[in-house]
Design a protein around this ligand. Structure first.
Ligand SMILES: Cc1cc2nc3c(=O)[nH]c(=O)nc-3n(C[C@H](O)[C@H](O)[C@H](O)COP(=O)(O)OP(=O)(O)OC[C@H]3O[C@@H](n4cnc5c(N)ncnc54)[C@H](O)[C@@H]3O)c2cc1C
Length: 371
């Protein structure tokens, strides 16, 4: 639906996370882009654990949306119903577009991700969480996936005297399609850092205390081990944000709440509606993949707009991953790198700067229309 003021096609992007900001930015020169997000700033949550242990990083992880688009519009609002290419917002406003890109991502327990829509309030929550961590002598992390391991490494790098335990029902760390040599290297480094692993036995219950707050924690595993701490963090539980899908779009959700897409990341059975990033069932839930999917979909939409070229197909990625353990530690599997990439490589590609510079360039526009 071209608008009165423009002959350019319209694109509504639902969600301004890693996928949505890249889609909106890449189409800003060829379409009338409207980006919708309830937050006032993009949050680079990949560096959230670093901001928890070192709050100076709070100045580097929030990027206001009003500097993203040169032509398009940022609407601080929430999609409450999307039916085909018709979007209803919490404010009551209705949008109809030629193309809709669903990029509403996922939630994950604070402080790994924050669902607080106001930046200042979110920053204050992080500072409170930092104070709680500072005061804690013993820390319990539940979940030995990449997120829990990263937090263990961050805490030991910045506060070597704190006792850190990572608990998981799995018999090994880092479940998923990764080579065992990566687990072995991470375990070697965790051992060197003095991180205690409690693996292979379910907890009888989660701690009663709220996570990320200073409160006594005492729980047991079914194997009978007692775990005590002064603060705990929940490092598991990705939930895709797809509750607002209606009509045939709602039918495209799978049992876990992910949106089923075809090889061009088009929502199954939909014309002009795409899904990218964590909500799409196309690949793993990773910021890097969200960014690459944004590239594929913007390629397709550009080709549809110009009438040139073919839709861009998405091919699932091999299991690349970079797991920093503090700014100078960690290990990973990287494209173009044979075998396990060690601490020096991971520090260089991620651990030291946590990739914040990638976003400084994206958010360099003169303030765009914000309503
Ligand atoms: C601690 C931690 C570390 C991580 N580190 C890495 C890493 O190093 N590398 C990596 O590749 N991945 C990493 N990830 C995973 C990565 O964060 C996710 O894969 C990524 O956030 C997905 O991006 P997205 O754009 O799909 O969604 P999100 O980043 O979740 O963004 C979704 C956006 O949509 C908005 N939204 C939600 N609902 C609505 C609605 N109804 N209307 C409008 N807007 C809405 C939200 O406010 C949000 O801004 C990490 C995750 C965590 C928790």
């Amino acid at each position: 639906m071209t608008t009165e003021n423009s002959q350019r096609p319209s694109v509504v992007v639902v969600g301004g996370g890693y996928a949505g900001v890249n889609v909106a930015k890449a189409l800003d020169d060829v379409a009338d882009v409207t980006l919708v997000d309830p937050k006032n700033a993009f949050v680079h949550n990949v560096a959230a654990w670093r901001a928890l242990v070192e709050p100076e990083w709070l100045d580097r992880i929030f990027f206001p949306y009003d500097r993203l688009l040169a032509h398009g519009t940022f609407l601080r609002d929430r999609a409450v119903a999307v039916d085909g290419r018709h979007v209803t917002l919490a404010s009551g406003r209705e949008l109809a577009a030629d193309y809709v890109v669903l990029a509403s991502g996922s939630s994950y327990p604070f402080p790994a991700k924050s669902d607080e829509p106001d930046t200042e309030t979110a920053r204050a929550r992080y500072r409170d969480a930092h104070e709680a961590l500072l005061a804690a002598g013993r820390v319990l992390l539940i979940g030995a996936g990449p997120s829990g391991l990263e937090l263990a490494g961050e805490i030991k790098a910045f506060f070597p005297d704190k006792h850190v335990t990572v608990a998981d029902v799995s018999p090994d760390i880092l479940a998923g399609p990764y080579d065992q040599t990566l687990r072995d290297e991470l375990r070697r480094q965790l051992d060197e850092l003095g991180v205690e692993l409690q693996l292979g036995s379910p907890l009888t219950a989660l701690p009663a205390a709220a996570p990320a707050t200073l409160a006594p924690v005492a729980i047991t595993t079914e194997a009978g081990d007692e775990l005590t701490a002064d603060v705990w963090y929940r490092a598991f539980g990705v939930t895709p944000h797809t509750e607002y899908l209606r009509g045939a779009l709602s039918d495209a959700r799978d049992d876990r709440g992910y949106v089923r897409v075809d090889e061009h990341l088009r929502v199954i059975g939909q014309d002009g509606v795409f899904a990218v990033g964590d909500i799409a069932d196309a690949d793993r839930d990773m910021a890097g993949i969200a960014g690459m999917q944004a590239k594929a979909v913007t390629g397709t939409i550009r080709n549809l707009i110009t009438g040139e070229g073919e839709p861009v197909a998405w091919a699932a990625f091999p299991p690349f991953i970079a797991v920093p353990l503090g700014p100078e530690g960690g290990a990973g599997l990287l494209p173009g790198h044979d075998g396990v990439a060690g601490a020096a490589v991971i520090a260089e590609v991620k651990g030291r700067d946590m990739m914040v510079d990638n976003f400084a360039g994206l958010f360099d526009a003169e303030p765009a229309t914000t309503r």
